[in-house]
Design a protein around this ligand. Structure first.
Ligand SMILES: Nc1ncnc2c1ncn2[C@@H]1O[C@H](COP(=O)(O)OP(=O)(O)O)[C@@H](O)[C@H]1O
Ligand SMILES: [Mg+2]
Length: 304
């Protein structure tokens, strides 16, 4: 079997628990992400999502295990991996435009200023920021605008992997919807791979090819990989009409509402714990024998 673009192998993270012992956040977590895939990860607060993302970004080192991107071990941050944090992390003393140019110049130090600026303006325009507003500093922008600048900065660098940690968590529903659409548009025009943390089930179904579900910690696990069997392009108002939508949604709600707790803290034996693949497809019910048609959703749990 060929190796995926991003490969997480036997990742374990332990932290001191502050009382002389240690806290095992997750142990031997293994999963892969294919090139160009949009993967969301859902799980309760504290299960270790940000820790996983910081390791993927090269900003933190795991206790053990490795992350490989394109076959190369991730060690330290790289411009090949763009990160958008929940709290924007823009440089407060630079304008929106200069924040994006700063990133472009880091990626392309040889580009003349005009070229870097035109590129930055192009990406700001893609997230709906044009005109005088690009000269404002972060403190003079709304939360939604700041988040757009962060996204423009990350995409303008054409990272092979885009890592998003609850990027829309602090936004109101309307702004959130607009930026989700913009994110999908930009991603659709590239071959970039996206790994996004969210706690919003509907957002994850709208955006993702696949949703990874984490159990509660300690000893959290990426228990399932749920395929989103809804064709693209997707639209937030039409997606709910798709026959698979509520079947998938109910599965996710059930996992987060009860199974994530039931499975919590269970140390599972094995040194390479891959998630079960779950495929829910009501539209294309295929049965083994004629006359065995079912009207309930078909749900497979297949071990990779
Ligand atoms: N640097 C650290 N030192 C000690 N404990 C930490 C550290 N970072 C995270 N943790 C703990 O690890 C667990 C997972 O945290 P985190 O990855 O932020 O969860 P999530 O993003 O899923 O909410 C939490 O219990 C948190 O308190
Ligand atoms: Mg977090």
């Amino acid at each position: 079997m060929s190796k995926p673009f991003l490969s997480i192998e036997r990742l374990t993270q332990k932290f001191p628990d502050g009382q002389g012992g240690e806290l095992t956040v997750f142990e031997n977590a293994s999963f892969g992400v294919e090139k160009g895939e949009f993967v969301c990860i859902l799980g309760h607060s504290g299960c270790g999502k940000s820790t996983i993302m910081n390791i993927l970004a090269g900003l933190a080192e795991p206790t053990s295990g490795v992350v490989k991107m394109d076959g190369m071990e991730v060690s330290g941050p790289s411009l090949d991996r763009g990160v958008v944090f929940q709290n924007y992390s823009l440089l407060p003393w630079l304008s929106a435009l200069k924040n994006v140019i700063f990133g472009v110049k880091a990626r392309h130090p040889d580009w003349p200023r005009d070229k870097a600026e035109a590129h930055a303006r192009d990406f700001l325009a893609k997230v709906g920021l044009e005109g005088d507003v690009v000269h404002r500093k972060p403190s003079q922008l709304s939360g939604g605008m700041r988040q757009r600048v962060s996204i423009a900065r990350a995409f303008a660098n054409h990272p092979k992997l885009l890592l998003l940690d609850e990027p829309f968590g602090a936004l109101d529903a309307l702004t959130r919807g607009t930026i989700q659409d913009e994110l999908l548009k930009i991603w659709g025009g590239t071959e970039q791979t996206v790994f996004m943390i969210t706690h919003d089930i509907d957002e994850a179904i709208l955006l993702a090819d696949r949703i990874l579900l984490m159990t509660n910690g300690p000893f959290a696990r990426v228990a399932e990989s749920v395929e989103i069997t809804i064709p693209r392009p997707r639209n937030r108002t039409e997606i709910v009409e798709h026959p698979n939508y509520y079947a998938i949604r109910n599965h996710l709600v059930h996992f987060l509402g009860s199974r994530s707790k039931e499975l919590a803290g269970q140390k599972v034996d094995g040194d390479d714990l891959r998630p079960d693949t779950v495929r829910i497809d009501q539209a294309g019910i295929v049965t083994d024998s004629p006359g065995d048609a079912r009207s309930s959703p078909r749900l497979h749990a297949v071990n990779d």
